[in-house]
Structure formats: C-alpha cells, structure tokens
Design a protein around this ligand. Structure first.
Ligand code: COA
Length: 260
C-alpha cells in the first residue's frame, strides 16, 4: 500500500477522491507529488473497489497552481526533458484510465494544474476557478502535455492565444470554450462530480472503458479510431453485461451490470 505525503485519498461509494494537499504552496506539483499521483492513479487501475476517481486541490483557493517553480528553476536541459516526460507519462495514465476520472477544479488551475485537469476525462469547475498556461511568463512552455491537450479541447486559435499570452480565464470563460463541462458554486463542486460519477457507475463498466479508449483514439494519429470503435463494439457484444442490458430493456426493467 503506497503512502502519501502530498496527497489525501478517500474512497467512498466506489469513488476515490485524490486531493493534492500542499495548500500553503497552492498545491503546486513538485516531483514527489507527481510520483505520488502515479501511485494513486495506479490504484484506480488496480483496485476493484475503485469505480471512478476525482482529482481536486486542498483548500478553497487552488486546484493546482502549476508545477513547483522552485524545482523548475533548477532544471538543466537534460533533466528538463525527463522532467517533462515523467509528468507526461503520469498524465497519460490518467487520460487512458479505463475508469472515469473527473477534475474538480476548486480554484487556480494554472500550468501543470491546467494540464492535470485537461488529462482528466472531464472537468467541473467552481465559480472561483481560474485557468491558464502562464509558462511563457517564466521563459518556458507547458511540459506536461498542455500544448497538445489544450489544442484538442478548445481548438488551435484559442489555444495559441492562451498559451502565448499566458492569460488567465474565468471558469465561465473556460466553460464557453469547452475546456470545462460545468460550473457550479464551490460548495456544490464535489457533489456535482459525485453525481456525474454515480450516473456513469450505473452503466456497464466495459462500455465506459471502451468509450474512453475510442474517444482517445481520435487523437492518436497512428490508430484508426473507426477500427478501434468497431472492435470495441464487437467486444461489448460478447459481454455478459450486453446480454443483461438488452434483456433488461426488453423486459422493461433496470439492468444490473456486473462488469463482465
Ligand atoms: N510553484 C511553487 N510555489 C508556488 C506556485 C508554484 N507554481 N504557485 C504558488 N506558489 C506559492 C507561492 O510562492 C507562495 O509561497 P510562499 O507563501 O512560501 O511565498 C504561496 O504559494 C502562495 O502564493 P502567492 O503567490 O502568495 O498567492 P497569490 O494569491 O498572491 O497569487 C497566483 C496566486 C496563483 C496568481 C500566484 O501564486 C502565481 O502566479 N503562481 C504561479 C503560477 C504559475 O506560473 N504556474 C505555472 C508554473 S510552470
């Protein structure tokens, strides 16, 4: 069982809430926290009791205010590359997770914080949340997948503007851009995320995992997403949950999925 210095983990009703817990540093991601996030997301993959996950930040001010600038300041070219690759690998694990992962963005989501949120399958923000990629102010660029995922999520023109100006945008502006799915009062944030995950958890788990895989396939230029979809569709049709889902519909009752 992994131990955590910078994260709080809470498993409730199948939902693992992972809280980045460095509130005095606005939950900035130091290297140790990235390592811990890797262990936590590995638990989401491996633990059968975990059906979905939420990432959020401790306190009411910040989700994550970026990678830890005191560590970035010390990077040389050589270790900067592996620094970026390590973070990218962890965030790719989140993106590819076969169980739903939601970012509950409770305040500043800047730099690596915005990148963490974008690696999740969807984002719900509190009204006070602020998003941005301010790396150009420091003489760097996003390094944890931000240039790629922001462009995927909001399109090239807006992504170029946000990443070149380093501007911060409000939760409502982020919603209008499609960066955020919902904006809610801060006191309702976790409730809303739990509600969405609760709804998803009522569906066939295999279908959910394959929806994630197929949607991600859109952005993999080496993969034929239509083929991935057809294969996944066929896979569903050989599952027990498919028999249960279709039978329940015909018998006019609610399906009881087993994840088989
Ligand atoms: N890395 C390391 N420490 C950070 C941090 C980061 N990304 N963001 C905030 N902190 C620390 C501050 O240094 C400060 O620590 P201190 O109390 O020991 O001095 C503490 O968190 C509180 O931040 P502070 O700047 O005093 O809060 P604020 O309300 O005045 O401003 C922000 C909030 C988010 C606007 C500001 O902290 C900020 O611009 N942070 C950096 C954002 C960024 O550039 N992220 C991308 C990094 S690649």
């Amino acid at each position: 069982m992994a131990t955590y210095e910078n994260l709080l983990l809470d498993l409730n009703n199948g939902i693992l809430t992972i809280t980045i817990n460095r509130a005095d540093k606005l939950n900035a991601l130091n290297i140790e926290t990235i390592r811990e996030i890797k262990n936590a997301i590995q638990q989401v993959y491996d633990d059968e009791d975990v059906k979905g996950a939420i990432f959020t930040g401790a306190g009411q001010k910040a989700f994550v205010a970026g990678a830890d600038i005191s560590e970035i300041a010390e990077l040389s070219e050589l270790n900067a590359r592996s620094f970026a690759e390590r973070g990218q690998e962890v965030f790719a694990m989140i993106e590819r997770c076969n169980k739903p992962v939601i970012a509950a963005v409770n305040g500043f989501a800047l730099g690596g914080g915005c990148e963490l949120a974008m690696a999740c399958h969807m984002r719900v923000a509190s009204e006070n949340a602020r998003f941005g990629q301010p790396e150009v102010n420091l003489g760097v660029i996003p390094g944890y997948g931000g240039t790629q995922r922001m462009t995927q999520l909001i399109g090239k023109g807006k992504a170029m503007e946000l990443m070149m100006t380093g501007d911060m945008i409000t939760a409502e502006e982020a919603r209008a851009l499609g960066l955020v799915n919902h904006v809610v009062p801060q006191e309702d944030l976790l409730l809303k995320c739990n509600e969405i995950l609760g709804k998803i958890m009522g569906k066939a788990p295999l279908s959910i995992g394959l929806v994630i895989e197929c949607v991600n396939a859109v952005f993999n230029k080496d993969e034929n997403g239509y083929q991935t979809e057809a294969n996944s569709f066929a896979r569903c049709c050989s599952s027990e949950d498919f028999v249960e889902g279709t039978t329940a519909f015909l018998e006019k009752r609610k399906p009881a999925f087993k994840g088989l």
